[in-house]
Design a protein around this ligand. Sequence first.
Ligand code: PRX
Length: 666
Amino acid sequence: MPESTDHLTHVEAIKPPAGFLERHPSTPFLADFEEYKKLYRQSIDDPETFFGNMAREHLSWSKPFDQARYPPGTGFQNGDAAAWFLGGELNASYNCVDRHAIANPDKPAIVYEADEPGEGRVISYGELLKEVCQIAQVLTALGVKKGDTVAVYLPMIPEALVTLLAIARIGAVHSVVFAGFSSGSLRDRINDANSKVVITTDESKRGGKAIETKKIVDEALKSCPQVHNVLVFKRTGNQHIPWTDSRDLWWHEEKQRYPPYVAPTPVQAEDTLFLLYTSGSTGKPKGIQHTTAGYLLGALLTTKYVFDVHPQDVLFTAGDVGWITGHSYVVYGPLLNGATTVVFEGTPAYPNYSRYWDVVDQHKVTQFYVAPTALRLLKRAGSSHVEKHDLSSLRALGSVGEPIAPEVWEWYNEHVGRGKAHICDTYWQTETGSHIITPLAGVTSTKPGSASFPFFGIDPVILDPTTGEELTSTVAEGVLAVRSPWPSMARSVWGDYNRFLDTYLRPYPGFYFTGDGAARDKDGFFWILGRVDDVVNVSGHRLSTAEIESALIEHPLVAESAVVGFPDELTGSAVAAFVSLKHKNLEDVAETKKELVITVRKEIGPFAAPKLILLVNDLPKTRSGKIMRRILRKILAHEEDQLGDISTLSDPTVVKHLIQVVHENF
Ligand code: PRX
């Protein structure tokens, strides 16, 4: 666990910004914190009634559900997750698009900000419905049926949203692979999900540079024999992309064959809406499986209550559709609420550090949501980039993916929100589907660095990591778990329910285990203290150290490696790889290190590249051969005096050598 959290007790809560309600578009959803507390209590005591009412009120059903929660009651009965809204039928794309298009076809659904300023466009709900229907028919013609998975490898363009909604419209399952992943990672995910159709672009644009997206897909498909079609959206028009006539089809050519409307296919509430692969303690990524109704309700309610999103609002989530943040708060949450979502293709630094604020100013963005890593970059670039913009439209400012340091929180509050926008540090995971611990804009008092209180239906507990006992005193520190299922929690790992149970529900029986450490202060605020497993959070990207180790071993010179995270000012954590080589007398050490970094970039993707490679003679192992990463972390932090018990090492002299290598290199 991280060092003592005593200092948290002295942080004072800050009230919601004065004037929040004056700039509010209509009647607030909640009158005050007392009303939140009342509703929260109901959601915990009787989740069936609470979420049953919410689901009837907020979602459109083609067949009403019979039972809101199965089995009824609370808790993880029999050690399984609950099923929600059984008997009910609905369609995700109908809920996101049709009902708003019917009511108001000209209303903007998507504001697309292209990588190059000025090249974007606005897409109305009516236009979105047409696009979704046409691509849905293209997919049907390609043989995609209800329950089939479709792999998506797309940049942040409106067509990414169209794709997801078209897949959902025919009852199929989308499996988005972040377009920063390498061909090898893409191949593994396509094969694990057994996807037979892939949707991609010719190229992508990011920060002024073109990325050879189709080439990466083609490389992956060399080992995916089941894939029979690739649908390609023309993004840049480069003539020189690889093409296989019998397999590849142009999006624009196929789309025009079909009429503008096709009826949505109703699915069961518990039918799978999507898979999203994420990293855990082992090398093999897990296809986290989310179901339709529960997930939609979670994305809808959190967007509404956490960010105070009203239909006339413009939400700008600067996250990628390849991660859960993009799924829940670029695509589903804003559209379910009938609001406008900004789809931003670029980077915060292109063409200069004003880019986010240009977008906020130009489109009168009301909610802005980003990871602290981007804020650290922008804070470092200087406040002058923010100051010249009119940001008065902003009411809520979200933070996600990693802890936000108090000085970054203050900068966000002062320079972006100008004291008038409510900062919401939202804690959640791919597996939780939507926010689980978070302030509610305009309602919850906040403390910089704390994610504050649980969302409706979330009953968080702090457990003693060793005994698994619940720590019931208000001030507590341990591992974070949740006592009872909630609608948007994942239901399984694709094809491996046992692994789902082993990872989340069996480590602490009766609870969902988050994998994070947490503390609760005297006022009941929750503070997230970071992962307690072998997961490293680099710039808000979740990486498994075991996956990076498996990548390194692909290099012919590598005998063994151990990967750990270490603090980094800009990216939060960075990756350090301790590597022992098969041949000790290397001629060019720098060249070898470069090759090792390239190996990881190639095997996983550029975002996983180690910042530090340390060539060592041996690794610290127990007699049974287990690598003691704790020792490596301590040595990297230059805390050699706090190594703890090293007598269990098979060769304790290795420690001296490791200390020397770290001192020479870092
Ligand atoms: O360690 C926590 C951290 O990100 C992990 C989840 O990563 P992922 O599934 O990729 O989802 C990221 C976007 C939700 C968590 O286990 N994390 C997420 N939000 C926060 C956070 N750590 C601290 N504060 C947060 N607000």
